[in-house]
Design a protein around this ligand. Structure first.
Ligand code: SLL
Length: 162
């Protein structure tokens, strides 16, 4: 297998979380949810504007807080354009390790990103915080670019075929 010398390919993606406070009318607590859980949330990895990333990202492992049952969640075989994601409920914020596994043709080792799960309004200015307080959903999204440096010929074809 030959590498494409001097070639760098970037692929944008998004990772992050969405969280909602339980509320009897807008976000009712599902049956059997533990008493102390205050929020429902999801953590995800996906393409920008839900574009497909499955041609380079094959699998994502989310490592949640140890207080959560089965904290290591592995998501694969998602439909093209669908997010890799985990839904949960809970009461606290914590750091999530998000490990991306690349398609076999890439020859790339998995890479870990870190995301702080946000349940509560945050922001640097009062305006930002107030806007979040008004919003039904606390979004914390990070836009990233995956760099493939001198990809193998076969992987380059995968990355660049329409
Ligand atoms: C804190 N450092 O103390 C954090 C830890 C852990 C959050 C937060 C448990 C959910 C479950 C849950 O929400 N843990 O029991 O399934 O704030």
């Amino acid at each position: 297998q030959k590498r494409c010398k001097g070639v760098q390919v970037f692929r944008p993606f998004v990772f992050g979380s969405n969280a909602k406070l339980f509320d009897p009318t807008t976000n009712p607590k599902p049956a059997n949810t533990p008493e102390d859980h205050t929020h429902s949330w999801e953590v995800f990895v996906k393409g920008v504007d839900d574009t497909d990333i499955t041609y380079w990202c094959k699998k994502v492992q989310f490592k949640l807080h140890e207080s959560i049952p089965n904290p290591v969640r592995t998501i694969e075989n998602v439909a093209p354009g669908a997010p890799f994601r985990v839904f949960e409920t809970g009461w606290g914020e914590f750091e999530i390790a998000i490990k991306l596994y690349y398609v076999q043709e890439s020859g790339e080792k998995p890479q870990t990103f870190y995301h702080h799960l946000r349940l509560h309004p945050f922001g640097t200015t009062d305006e930002e915080k107030e806007a979040m307080r008004q919003s039904p959903c606390i979004k914390s999204w990070v836009y990233e670019e995956q760099l493939f440096n001198e990809p193998y010929d076969g992987f380059f074809d995968l990355l660049t075929s329409p």
